[in-house]
Design a protein around this ligand. Structure first.
Ligand SMILES: [Zn+2]
Length: 416
């Protein structure tokens, strides 16, 4: 009977998963600074799913269904962006990745952390509970809030004494960006379980790590739609579900941004209308008011970018030189590991203008003194936002080296 139930649930999961048969990913020539504004219009079309968003020095990767391929192709030709096929058919690629994932799911984790495969939401929640239980002297859980579907926004706080400035790192704001969650787990593992080796970092700062910043969406990517990006809260008057939490922060919200609930980057009905952004915003203010928010990092993928404010304007922030200097030495530390080269710059200028992002909000909360960054981690290739399992550990390990270098540098600086 149990076997039958298991079999039936497997069938259910497979049949419920959204098919991407016939979807193609179209790429372009390298985007230049002059190209940046035009592809933005395409981003507002819900038919187009941007794997790689318009960014200087990178080609676009845009996924769309068979019906819209012709339209996308002519739009890109019209913009002189030289379209070509990147992935002929996403369906079989996804099936291959899913088959591998299903096999790996049989590996029991015994409540340990794993970098051999992508952990489910429940496994991550179990791990965080377990790790603070095992290391109560320097770690604790912080429940920052509860999502629309009732899932906890659970951070791990790592601290060995009062009076320190804070570092906040979140992962998975965009549900499908699966390589980010293991990075947060790597940080928890190193700071909590590997405390003896990393004690110096905990002597310097209190660390707040939120490994799943969009748990409803993350669950949905495992059970329903691999390419889901937003949260799962419904929208009044629309059949389209979800808001992009990273367009919902109370920082110049409403001066621009996507007001279409069907869009992938929908900003929501009001600033902080969403549980995820509201909870993180509140945590950042608390940290600022209790010792100061020294460093904020929001982790995304993909693109191999390390970007800093502002996102809402092309203007440079007051601490531009410092933010750039710190980003540079971080990129250098990462490159020393495996040669991976991050592009650095202010968000609107090298990546894309975006209003209501957490990075801008954190910078403002810290009175423009916080070192505030968005990471676009290396990923891509045919597996898009979730590199093959064997690539998880190399990516998160090299990035962790960068985070350590960044934290050590920030410790030596108090911005005025
Ligand atoms: Zn993202």
């Amino acid at each position: 009977m149990r076997l039958l139930a298991c079999f039936l649930s497997t069938i259910f999961v497979v049949s419920a998963y959204k098919s991407y048969d016939g979807y193609q990913v179209i790429t372009s020539r390298t985007v230049t600074l002059r190209d940046l504004s035009e592809p933005r219009r395409l981003e507002n079309d819900p038919e187009y799913i941007f794997w790689a968003r318009p960014a200087v020095g990178r080609p676009l990767h845009v996924m769309t269904s068979q019906i819209s391929i012709g339209k996308l192709w002519s739009e890109l030709e019209h913009l002189n962006l030289a379209p070509s096929v990147y992935i002929e058919d996403v369906g079989p690629v996804l099936a291959k990745a899913d088959e591998k994932r299903q096999k790996l799911m049989d590996i029991p984790l015994n409540r340990a952390v794993s970098f051999d495969r992508y952990m489910t939401l429940q496994e991550i929640l179990d791990y965080t509970a377990e790790v603070v239980q095992n290391y109560p002297l320097h770690s604790s859980l912080l429940e920052l809030g509860t999502t629309y579907e009732g899932n906890p926004l659970r951070a791990v706080k790592v601290s060995n004494g009062p009076g320190k400035r804070g570092i906040f790192l979140d992962a998975g704001t965009h549900a499908r960006e699966h390589i980010t969650h293991p990075l947060a787990l790597k940080a928890i593992f190193e700071l909590v379980e590997n405390y003896d080796q990393n004690k110096a970092l905990v002597d310097l700062f209190d660390w707040y790590i939120l490994p799943v910043a969009n748990p409803d969406g993350y669950n949905y990517t495992f059970n329903e739609d691999r390419f889901w990006r937003k949260n799962r809260s419904p929208n009044v008057g629309s059949d389209c579900v979800g808001t992009d939490p990273n367009r919902n922060y109370d920082i110049n919200w409403g001066i621009d941004g996507d007001a279409n609930p069907c869009s992938e980057a929908y900003r929501g009905v009001a600033a902080f209308s969403e549980a995820e952004s509201s909870a993180i915003g509140s945590a950042l203010r608390d940290i600022e008011n209790n010792g100061g928010l020294a460093l904020y990092m929001s982790t995304h993928c993909y693109g191999t970018f390390l970007i800093y404010p502002w996102g809402f304007t092309y203007e440079f922030p007051v601490t531009y030189d410092e933010l750039a200097k710190a980003a540079n030495l971080t990129a250098t530390a990462i490159e020393a590991v495996n040669g991976t080269r991050f592009v650095i710059g202010s968000s609107a200028n090298v990546y894309f203008p975006a209003v209501g992002a957490s990075m801008d909000y954190a910078y403002a909360v810290g009175n423009n003194n916080t070192y505030s960054y968005t990471w676009e981690l290396p990923a891509g290739g045919e597996f898009g936002f979730a590199p093959l399992p064997e690539d998880i550990l190399p990516i998160v390990s090299e990035t962790w080296e960068g985070i350590k270098a960044l934290a050590n540098y920030v410790n030596t600086q108090v911005l005025k």
